[in-house]
Design a binder for this molecule. Structure first.
Ligand code: ZN
Length: 590
């Protein structure tokens, strides 16, 4: 009775607190007990010093939605605590973090721990961000800006407006402008580099870097910090190279950004590659093959097995070509697996894997073969093991696509021999080796006609005399040069097109590859196949006014000296007819 009376008179609010305390303690105990059973370590974050970079690695809204928090970050190792790591939302977020190349240590914690740690978002936001918040770029602003930006000059103009207006959002607005400008102008990369004279902003579009604007030095450090936070990089390390990635939304689509920072004497430089899904439409039509090579390639892609290799330097569009091949062979009932470094675009219905510390091209390829694929895409063949596995896969009923870092199609054969491949197996393993470069297409709205110089005319006549399917060359040749107008952003070019060559493995080629695999000998053996070389394809595109002679010369060597001295042997200077040094190679990098 007495005790009952005592209970009744007990202060309600104190009682509630005690019950809540008790519940909280019980919850802690339950989590502590279940965590090891589920294979996780338990952590109590209450009172723990939360690392601000770790918390910043996950946007607040997403962290709360997925009931997770980041609390430690050492280099790329991020420690996170989740209430229930097997919750699908938590799982999805963990996957996103892994995609950003974090190594994750996952702990289990209580709701109370989460609430405690989430409070630290307030510190991160107030110390590094202004009104807008560090982690979000406004989709509406980007969308508005992309419609405003028509040419390169619009970027510095809008930048000036931002400088003179509202100071509190200066960094966010500058960043939004940088991204919007990149998207509007179709940039593949955004470069921000500190120089003596200021901070240089450049975009690469159509394969060429263009100066865009000078940014204010005074916001530079904070801007880099913001970009590093976004990319999941370590903030206070200014002396090491780091890379990361993030996505932003434009309202219509999600654009993925791969960023890389390197230290420099004047500060860090950052390069961001924009992976805009609307740009990534891969089809054989789009890469504009000439009809001779297209017919050959389609035949080779229809075969159930064999190796299809594309060659070329960095930036020659090899990945785009491989994706176009994948798209071509992608049908229901065909299992396709890729191994890439990194995965550049996600393709619907295709299993794409990415190399990492323990998943190399060689080990990954062996694992992939156990998954019973029909088609395999290997990002690059760069060592003997991968070369051998690729050849073996091609000989055992798989269609295999890959790339080789050589200067020409014909260079692929000796390169494989250098890598240790027995030339006697090539005949049965290889279907076709392609070569390619990208040239910028003259803007249809402003390109200007001009008479070819006698030197150019002579070269064109000479190349067409060797072309397996020559197009008629008029006595006075009209070529086109770039001018620049609002449609092309003042550059004179709009878009890019490939120039291609290819060597099919036939009996004649197989025979010389075994007997005498020098490039000019293989070229000669392949001549009856009737596929133009990159040079011939390029000259044809110049003759059709698609590109300019100078632009072609930017990506391949033009043999002017042969045109004026036709007694020299033809093969001597067909681009890539000799094994080239890396230096030669770099000259061609676009
Ligand atoms: Zn134009």
């Amino acid at each position: 009775m007495l005790s009952f009376a005592y209970m009744v008179t007990f202060d309600d609010s104190r009682s509630d607190t005690r019950i809540a305390d008790l519940r909280a303690r019980e919850e802690e105990q339950v989590i502590q007990m279940t965590a090891p059973k589920l294979g996780f370590e338990y952590i109590n974050l209450q009172g723990y010093t939360i690392n601000p970079e770790a918390i910043a690695a996950i946007p607040e809204e997403k962290a709360k939605e997925a009931e997770i928090v980041g609390f430690e970050l050492h280099r790329n190792t991020l420690s996170v605590a989740a209430k229930n790591p097997s919750n699908p939302k938590t799982q999805a977020l963990l996957q996103t973090l892994e995609g950003r190349r974090y190594t994750l240590l996952v702990y289990m914690c209580s709701q109370a721990s989460l609430e405690y740690a989430w409070k630290r978002y307030a510190d991160v936001t107030s110390s590094t961000a202004e009104k807008k918040g560090v982690f979000e770029i406004s989709a509406a602003d980007i969308q508005r800006l992309t419609t405003e930006i028509k040419q390169v000059e619009d970027v510095p103009r809008i930048l000036m407006d931002i400088r003179t207006a509202n100071k509190s959002r200066r960094i966010s607005e500058t960043l939004e402008l940088i991204f919007a400008g990149g998207l509007a102008l179709g940039a593949s990369d955004i470069h921000i580099e500190p120089e003596d004279s200021g901070i240089r902003l450049r975009y690469r579009f159509d394969g060429v870097l263009h100066d865009v604007a000078d940014l204010e030095s005074y916001i530079f450090n904070r801007m880099i910090s913001r970009l590093k936070l976004l990319s999941g990089m370590v903030l206070n390390s200014r002396a090491e190279a780091q890379d990361g990635r993030f996505t932003f939304n434009t309202g219509e689509r999600e654009v993925e950004v791969r960023s890389s920072v390197i230290p420099g004497a004047l500060g860090e430089s950052i390069v961001m590659r924009l992976l805009d899904p609307t740009v990534a439409s891969f089809s054989l039509d789009r890469i504009k093959l000439n009809k001779h090579i297209e017919a050959a390639l389609l035949r080779e892609l229809k075969k159930p097995n064999g190796l299809v290799i594309t060659t070329g330097p960095t930036g020659s569009g090899k990945t785009t070509a491989l994706y176009a091949y994948l798209q071509q062979v992608h049908h229901e009932g065909v299992k396709i697996i890729t191994i890439e470094n990194p995965v550049e675009y996600k393709l619907e219905g295709i299993v794409q894997t990415q190399t990492g510390d323990d998943y190399t091209f060689a080990s990954g390829l062996r694992a992939i073969l156990r998954q019973d694929p029909d088609v395999i895409m290997i990002g690059e063949i760069r060592d003997r093991e991968v070369a051998e596995t690729a050849i073996h896969a091609a000989q055992t009923g798989h269609l295999v696509f890959s790339t080789l870092h050589t200067n020409s199609a014909v260079g692929g054969f000796p390169r494989l021999i250098d890598l240790g491949i027995d030339p006697r197996v090539m005949g049965t393993a290889i279907n076709i080796i392609m070569g390619q470069r990208l040239v910028r297409v003259l803007c249809e709205d402003c390109k200007a006609p001009e008479a070819a110089t006698s030197e150019d005319a002579q070269l064109i006549q000479y190349i067409m005399s060797k072309h397996p399917h020559p197009v008629p060359v008029p006595p006075s040749i009209t070529l086109y040069r770039p001018v620049g107008c609002p449609v092309c952003g003042g550059t004179g070019f709009k878009g890019r097109v490939g120039i291609f060559e290819g060597i099919i493995m036939d009996e004649a080629v197989e025979e010389v590859v075994i007997r005498d695999p020098r490039e000019h000998v293989i070229l000669e053996a392949a001549r009856p196949q009737g596929i133009p070389t990159m040079l011939e394809d390029g000259i044809e595109k110049v003759l059709h006014g698609m590109t300019s002679m100078k632009e072609l010369e930017r990506v391949i060597e033009l043999p002017y000296h042969l045109a004026t001295n036709p007694t020299l042997p033809v093969q001597q200077n067909v681009p890539g007819s000799d094994i080239v040094s890396d230096d030669d190679f770099l000259k061609h990098v676009v």
